[in-house]
Design a protein around this ligand. Structure first.
Ligand code: GLY
Ligand code: MN
Ligand code: MN
Length: 437
């Protein structure tokens, strides 16, 4: 678990990044309607979770570095204790327990928020809050500011409104050792799930049955939800990058591409493996798979601090182009293909992304106008792929083959640490695992 002290020190760090005389307002996520009066399972806002580790909706974090306080001043709003609501909807921590649990200077109920904000915002020079459209804070903050401007105490209205998200997101780019431990747990659970899926898969099964095997393994290991929509694409479906229908029967001889990761304590894993349902790669599948595997391994071998995701992309692209030229899927020279980007009809997505509380994790990819380099403590994916549509202008034997191989990596001082190594990706190892099943 991430300690209470770590959450508090993140709050202090955030305040230290703000201007003097600032208040930060960070709200929890809202409950989202699924249909009529049913809701989606609640998922806490990642920034709020990062700062508090608190999983209730309708809660708010307020932080102040006003000079009247000698230390950062910390408060939270909680849903009020309410016996009847708790019988119907579930337990609530409430103000009293929340105050001591989070070692706050002040606690109040969410119903009191507007009044509390009126007091808080008046007298601060800057308000930092998340300026994205989903943010529950916007309307309330605007309303309070309007009132402050028209109030006799007009000079107490804050002079500037600022987006708090970039500050939090920059903090989230670099994972602490406690976060990396959490991400390793998410990765391990997800690897076991991929192995379970490989063992289960057989001709005639349905993609959604494989999905059920993955989700079963996640939940049995303490990760109740996937970190994103699970992709189980067999045959040509593997060429649809975000295929989540998972509704087809898996035909004998097909490759299955699974892109699935568990969410564990808020942290995502993001793993892709591609394997033959029969347990044995046929020749064209083996050829395409080997190119992707070579590209992926080369990137992982060569990647380290100081390099960029674009460097990783160049390494992978070079190998993919050479491989596709070798088997005649592309024609011409390597340099012509790199120049014309003809390979992009078969490898059309990025080489990877940051990973953390969100599967496509936050953080600026540029610094001072330049692409930022990878540094120790960052966690990323590396996920090259080749997708040859059924209508591609290539030999019949390659049509409809889609392969992606995706691992999760921690950037270290000297290179990278692969944290998703527990599920095989070598052809022999995959075939051996499936033979045993
Ligand atoms: N699962 C989404 C991705 O690989 O980026
Ligand atoms: Mn993925
Ligand atoms: Mn990914």
């Amino acid at each position: 678990m991430i300690s209470k002290e770590e959450f508090i020190s993140r709050q202090h760090r955030l305040l230290s990044l703000c201007e003097p005389e600032s208040v930060c307002v960070v709200p929890a996520a809202k409950v989202k309607t699924r249909s009529q009066n049913t809701t989606f399972p609640f998922r806490q806002d990642s920034d709020f979770w990062y700062l508090t580790g608190f999983d209730e909706p309708e809660s708010w974090l307020l932080l102040s570095n006003h000079s009247q306080f000698s230390d950062p001043y910390r408060a939270m709003a909680f849903k009020a204790k309410d016996k009847s609501a708790e019988i119907w909807e579930g337990r609530r921590l409430g103000v009293d327990a929340g105050l001591s649990f989070f070692a706050l200077d002040e606690g109040f109920t969410s119903e009191q928020l507007a009044d509390v904000l009126y007091e808080w915002l008046g007298g601060h020079d800057h308000i930092y809050f998340p300026m994205h459209g989903e943010c529950a804070a916007t309307a309330t903050i605007m309303e309070v500011c309007k009132t402050l401007h028209h109030a006799p105490k007009e000079n107490l209205a804050p002079a500037s409104l600022r987006d708090v998200s970039p500050l939090i997101h920059e903090m989230r780019v670099f994972k602490s050792s406690a976060e990396i431990a959490m991400m390793k747990a998410a990765a391990k659970i997800s690897c076991e799930a991929h192995k379970r899926a490989m063992r289960f898969a057989h001709p005639g099964c349905y993609e959604y049955q494989i999905e059920a095997e993955l989700h079963h393994e996640f939940a049995m290991a303490g990760a109740r939800f996937p970190a994103y929509g699970t992709i189980v694409g067999s045959g040509e479906n593997a060429c649809i990058l975000h295929y989540t229908e998972n509704s087809d029967v898996v035909n004998d001889g097909a490759l299955i591409l699974i892109d699935a990761g568990a969410e564990y304590n808020g942290y995502a894993a993001d793993i892709t493996r591609t394997f033959p349902v029969s347990g044995k790669f046929n020749q064209p599948q083996r050829e395409i798979y080997s190119i992707v595997l070579k590209a992926q391994k080369q990137v992982i071998d060569r990647l380290g601090p100081g390099m960029t995701l674009s460097d990783a992309n160049s390494i992978a692209t070079q190998i993919i182009v050479e491989g596709l030229l070798d088997i005649g899927v592309l024609t011409g020279s390597v340099s012509e293909n790199l120049e014309s980007q003809a390979y992009r009809q078969y490898f059309m997505h990025g080489i990877g992304h940051y990973l953390g509380l969100d599967v496509h994790d936050v953080g600026d990819h540029k610094q001072d106008g330049e692409e930022r380099t990878l540094q120790p403590g960052m966690v990323i994916t590396i996920e090259p792929g080749i997708y040859i549509g059924a209508d591609a202008p290539v030999a019949q034997k390659y049509k409809g083959i889609g392969v992606r191989i995706e691992d999760n990596l921690v950037i270290t001082a000297t290179g990278v640490e692969v944290i998703t190594e527990y599920v095989p990706k070598e052809i022999d190892d995959i075939e051996a695992l499936m033979r045993k099943a």
